[in-house]
Design a protein around this ligand. Structure first.
Ligand SMILES: Nc1ncnc2c1ncn2[C@@H]1O[C@H](COP(=O)(O)OP(=O)(O)O)[C@@H](O)[C@H]1O
Ligand SMILES: [Mg+2]
Length: 285
């Protein structure tokens, strides 16, 4: 049996999860290879499973990426899941099914009510790595940023800046086929006064974290709500639920990553083995 882990030409050498996945496959006597999604020389049908990993250059080429995904047999997560998960308007569906998300206003225009908050975050619905995202202290700046995104043909989201992120960070929880694997703390990324930046990747500070029962419960309900919204028979192969803590202390979903999440395997204990086992369970004998 052969598995492909799919990356991009810019990430294949730097994604720290990939070497751990290859080693874990080797321990199971599985053949595993790395591949780049837009390499025309790859015969995707030759693999028993094709697992999307660090295709991080799809931003700006999303249609091309999704067209590619639609042609690949045995793709995990599937093209339909990738389509759903790469546009944060999915948060509206999660909210409608009772999942608490950060209070979000969509496509706000100058003069629109932004709620009574000290700071706001404005971001596009299709983004990653906090690109085109900023933290603002005035409504004028938030309006202007949102209007600029809309004028560029994008959908914008305006949220209160969740102050607990500055100390507590985010809690990212990894699930393989719906089963909890591990969790990490991700430190804050947006600095006050810096405006829009595209170069925050190197800022990520990651450490292991034990989630609370309340966080576990919300993460599991979130994956289940997504599964229902997409009409999937079972949980996706991999899911990362990112939570923040509201001013009242309860968890809120900031993002559900079902496309190309960093899995933070170096900060896990055996996460790579659990993912390989989940892949194996999907390959028909
Ligand atoms: N409402 C918010 N409050 C506090 N921090 C936020 C908020 N929205 C985004 N951020 C910060 O910006 C980062 C990127 O936003 P996110 O919604 O996770 O999009 P993506 O990771 O897809 O770029 C987060 O990791 C977090 O540090
Ligand atoms: Mg994020």
């Amino acid at each position: 049996m052969t598995i492909a882990f799919v990356s991009s030409s810019s990430a294949i050498a730097i994604d720290p999860d990939l070497p751990l996945l290859l080693e874990a496959a080797g321990r199971r006597d599985l053949r595993a290879e790395l591949a780049v999604w837009d390499d025309p020389g790859v015969d995707w049908s030759s693999y028993d499973a094709v697992v999307v990993r660090s295709c991080w250059d799809y931003i700006g080429r999303r249609e091309e990426f999704l067209r590619w995904a639609a042609t690949v047999p045995q793709l995990h997560n599937s093209g339909a899941i990738l389509t759903w998960s790469t546009d944060k308007t999915y948060l509206q569906q999660l909210e409608a099914s009772g999942i608490p998300i950060i209070e979000t206003r969509w496509d706000v225009a100058p003069g629109d009510d932004l709620g009574d908050h000290a700071e706001w975050v404005v971001k596009p619905t299709i983004s990653a790595g906090s690109r085109d995202t900023a933290r603002w202290e005035t409504a004028e700046e938030a309006w202007e940023h949102s209007a600029a995104l809309v004028a560029a043909g994008r959908t914008s989201m305006t949220q209160p800046y969740i102050a607990s992120v500055d100390d507590e960070g985010e809690t990212a929880m990894l699930y393989f086929s719906g089963t909890f694997s591990h969790a990490i703390r991700k430190g804050p990324l947006l600095e006050r006064g810096e405006g829009v930046r595209q170069d925050r990747d190197s800022r990520e500070t990651i450490s292991p974290r034990v989630p609370s029962p309340e966080q576990r419960d919300l993460a599991e309900r979130t994956i289940d709500a997504a599964r229902t919204a997409m009409g999937l028979p079972s949980a996706p192969l991999y899911a990362r639920v990112d939570l923040v803590t509201a001013p009242n202390g309860s968890p809120l979903v900031i993002e559900l990553e079902l496309a190309e999440p960093s899995l933070f395997l170096p900060q896990s204990h055996g996460g790579e083995d659990r993912l390989i086992d989940a892949v194996l369970a999907r390959i028909a004998p």
